[in-house]
Design a protein around this ligand. Structure first.
Ligand code: DOR
Length: 429
């Protein structure tokens, strides 16, 4: 696989590179980064006027499949990823059936191998059936090269003792834990059964317990000295806890989603169930606090939490509709429009949060354009103006709170292992 990417502005935060360069790809890897590379007889991808960055990595997506192929499949989800500029996605394990044993993992791997058009990895469950009781066989699961972390996704492990055991096992098998610090109806029932004396006011019960779980995970990370990555932080209080823990050298990283970085609870009325998500959209102060955290580096990663549901399910009204918003095809545009163009963060900082840091946290090969790394590359048209039209998405999901938004900036081409998989808004594989 040979390719010459010519004339773009190359931005790589890891190499501290920002300038006009060509990139030569040979045998799926980057073989040279330099101005005006001369090479005859090689396919050329013109990138004049565009920005060339290390392939974007979305470390939090739901590609459903198995019994929920009507919501998304690996084929449709990875096409959406390529269109959004992502060269790598990491799937959550709350599939149906859940990713809690080696057999299902093997099934998933066979599907992923044949059907994805970008790199694809997965997380596995911490507990059997995500019920928070018995740990999965983390040792066996962690051995698979395409497994990068463990989480029970939307159902946090309620019992401290179970989570402590998970940390100790994760330390032993060197597996990253990426807990969701949110409340779900299932975990709330478990909590109430185990703590009958605690009367939880409804508002707190449903949605206010994020900082409680964040504090618990930080305590366990400190006690075991094992790494934890907190998924989609949505409240300023949680970020303060993380910031303080970091100052004590607790090994913690965290992520925020484009929707929590841009929308507050008021949007829920405007968007209806398409903005129903867990964790929910918060107060304006929380949005501000997340942006501060992004600027000062407390928020390491921007991840979409792409969570497709069918239009029929989302049409059931606020109370009945399932939680989740999609993001693979809008994340880059939303980040560029609301954070980079207005100067909240620089382009290099955005790329750090969407490529360099996810690669570092997950131990993945990408995240840089250094010579010798796999040629996973995203080419961005920073000035492309477009309107979010969910009907045009490759994803099966239509549930986006960004519907109708006017965005500036879009992926122009996505290159995976030296192969151009998307160019000019078209999948080309
Ligand atoms: O809103 C959400 N949707 N939050 C989660 O934690 C799970 C996700 C889903 O799977 O739909």
């Amino acid at each position: 696989m040979t390719l010459l990417i010519r004339g773009g502005r190359v931005v790589d935060p890891l190499l501290e590179l920002d300038g006009l360069h060509d990139i030569l790809v040979e045998e799926r890897h980057i073989s040279k980064v330099a101005p005006a590379i001369q090479k005859e007889g090689v396919p050329v991808l013109e990138a004049q006027g565009k920005v060339v960055v290390p392939g974007l990595i979305d470390m939090h997506v739901h590609l459903r499949d198995f019994n929920e192929a009507h919501k998304e499949t690996i084929a449709t989800g990875t096409r959406a990823a390529a269109l959004g500029g992502f060269t790598t996605v990491v799937c959550e394990p709350n599939t149906d059936p859940p990713m809690d044993n080696c057999r299902i993992l093997q099934r998933w791997f066979r599907m992923a191998k044949g059907n994805g058009c970008v790199n694809i990895y997965t997380k596995v469950c911490i507990t059997k059936g995500r019920r928070g009781e018995r740990l999965t066989r983390l040792k066996a699961l962690a051995r698979r090269p395409w497994v990068v972390a463990a989480t029970d996704d939307g159902d946090p492990v309620v019992k401290d003792k179970v989570m402590e055991r998970a940390f100790l096992k994760a330390l032993e098998y060197e597996l990253l834990l990426t807990p969701h610090c949110e409340e779900s109806p299932a975990t709330l029932q478990v909590f109430k059964r185990n703590n009958p004396l605690v009367i939880v006011p409804e508002e707190i019960a449903q949605y206010r317990r994020e900082p409680y779980y964040v504090a618990r995970e930080l305590e366990l990370a400190e006690r075991t000295n094992w790494r934890v990555h907190i998924c989609h932080v949505s409240m300023g209080t949680s970020l303060d806890l993380i910031r303080k823990a970091r100052a004590r050298w607790v090994p913690v990283t965290c992520e925020a989603t484009p929707h929590h970085l841009t929308l507050s609870g008021e949007e829920m009325e405007r968007c209806g169930p398409d903005a129903k998500v867990n964790p929910p959209l918060r107060k304006k102060e929380d949005v501000e606090a997340l942006r501060e955290g992004l600027k000062d580096g407390t928020v390491d990663v921007i991840a979409s939490d792409h969570a497709p549901h069918t239009p029929e399910e989302k049409a059931k009204g606020w109370d009945q509709a399932p939680m989740g918003v999609i993001g693979l095809e809008t994340t880059l545009g939303v980040v560029l429009t609301t954070l980079v163009h207005p100067g909240v963060i620089t382009l290099a900082e955005a790329i750090e949060r969407m490529s360099t840091n996810p690669a570092k946290i997950l131990g993945l090969p990408g995240g840089s354009l250094a010579v010798g790394t796999p040629a996973d590359i995203t080419i961005i048209d920073m000035d492309k103006e477009w309107v979010v039209d969910p009907q045009s998405f490759a994803s099966k999901g239509r549930n986006t709170p960004f519907k109708g938004w006017q965005l500036k900036g879009k992926a122009y081409a996505t290159v995976v292992g030296g192969k151009v998989v998307m160019k000019g808004g078209e999948i080309v594989v």
